[in-house]
Design a protein. Structure first.
Ligand code: NAX
Length: 330
């Protein structure tokens, strides 16, 4: 056993970090022959809590867990990493508007984008911290100025996709694995568009299995969009286990070619597909294709006028977010 993968996780002492780290260290993502080195970044006041998390990792006695680096220094955290899971960001405070959150978190991703470019030669980046699409836009912009290709960066919408699949499966009375090709379009926010028009259940169009167009355009869409709020209302805390799980699903999806009967969703820098302005980080249906560096957008899907209007609305929100951080993209 000689291979070792280095994974940076930011916000490692937070609740998603707590759910994510043991699963990374267990070997379930990179396989039983690959050691995992964890590079954990936190802000200085959270380093003590991070120590406790590391003690627990040690107490799991994972045979594949190699070194664990804990630091509040960005470049040390990103030194030579193969993967960077950017989870850490400031939470939305009481009475804070989405715009304020975007302004507050933007600078974190300038520094992290630049540091990734300096410290990690060959890295794949997943931005989880909210507002994920715009944070990703900032990070890839600044890493890009130092030559890191934009197709290494993604913003996480996989949790939304998993929520959509689970909702379709429950409605159709099938196992969730029978639901495929479920796209989240646009922003990881309440304007996202979960697409049942192109989804398949047991290889058949979802609308042919769930003969309830009103539910598909109404309750289904709202349930996916509001699921995060529903978890907070029930648990008193935001989604953590499911968010960590989705991040790992995303990494796995990039590690091997996507089967022909499926695709996955993530926010990536648009190449103009589906009328989205180039550069905006927009969630698309994607496939990993052997020999291609980054995931490829699944082109040519049919969308109703209703769905197209919803894509336009989520794009408009992303354009507004980009305008809010325009000075951070100079
Ligand atoms: P927590 O508040 O539990 O943890 C966040 C951690 O980030 C804290 O320990 C904090 O000290 C650390 N942090 C803050 N600024 C940092 C910086 N500059 N560098 C390194 N670490 C820093 O939040 P948690 O529940 O773990 O959620 C983390 C982020 O994920 C939030 O922004 C949250 O909104 C976002 N989410 C994104 C999801 C998605 O699907 N894209 C779903 C889940 C989650 O809501």
């Amino acid at each position: 056993m000689s291979a070792c993968v280095k994974v940076a996780v930011t916000g490692a002492a937070g609740q998603i970090g707590y759910a994510l780290l043991p699963r990374l260290a267990s070997g379930e993502v990179f396989g039983p022959d690959v050691r995992v080195s964890l590079h954990l970044l936190e802000i200085t006041p959270a380093l003590k809590a991070l120590d406790g998390v590391i003690m627990e990792l040690q107490d799991c006695a994972f045979p594949l867990l190699d070194e664990v680096v804990a630091t509040d220094q960005v470049e040390r955290a990103f030194d030579g990493v193969n993967w960077a899971l950017l989870v850490g960001s400031k939470p939305r405070g009481k009475g804070m508007e989405r715009k304020d959150l975007i302004r507050d978190n933007g600078p974190i991703f300038i520094g992290q984008g630049r540091a990734l470019a300096r410290a990690a030669a060959d890295v794949r980046v997943l931005v989880v911290g909210n507002p994920a699409n715009t944070n990703c836009l900032i990070a890839l912009h600044h890493a890009g100025q130092a030559g890191v290709p934009g197709d290494r960066f993604a913003a996480m919408t996989r949790l939304d996709e998993n929520r959509a699949k689970a909702a379709l499966a429950a409605k159709a009375g099938v196992q969730v694995g029978q639901v495929k090709r479920t796209t989240i379009w646009g922003n990881h926010s309440a304007t996202q568009h979960p697409d049942a028009e192109n989804a398949r259940i047991d290889g058949r169009p979802a609308a042919a299995v769930i003969a309830d167009p009103e539910w598909l355009r109404g309750e289904f869409v709202q349930a996916v969009q509001q699921r995060g709020a529903a978890v907070i209302a029930a648990r008193g805390l935001s989604s953590a286990a499911s968010a960590a799980n989705a991040a790992l699903d995303h990494v796995r999806s990039l590690l091997r070619p996507t089967p022909a009967d499926d695709w996955f969703s993530a926010g990536v820098a648009s190449n103009g597909s589906y009328g989205v302005d180039p550069g905006v980080v927009f969630s698309y249906p994607l496939r990993t294709v052997a020999g291609q560096a980054g995931p490829q957008v699944v082109d040519g899907l049919e969308l109703s006028d209703w769905a197209r209007a919803r894509l336009a609305a989520t794009l408009a929100e992303l354009q507004e977010e980009r305008a809010v951080v325009a000075d951070l993209l100079d």
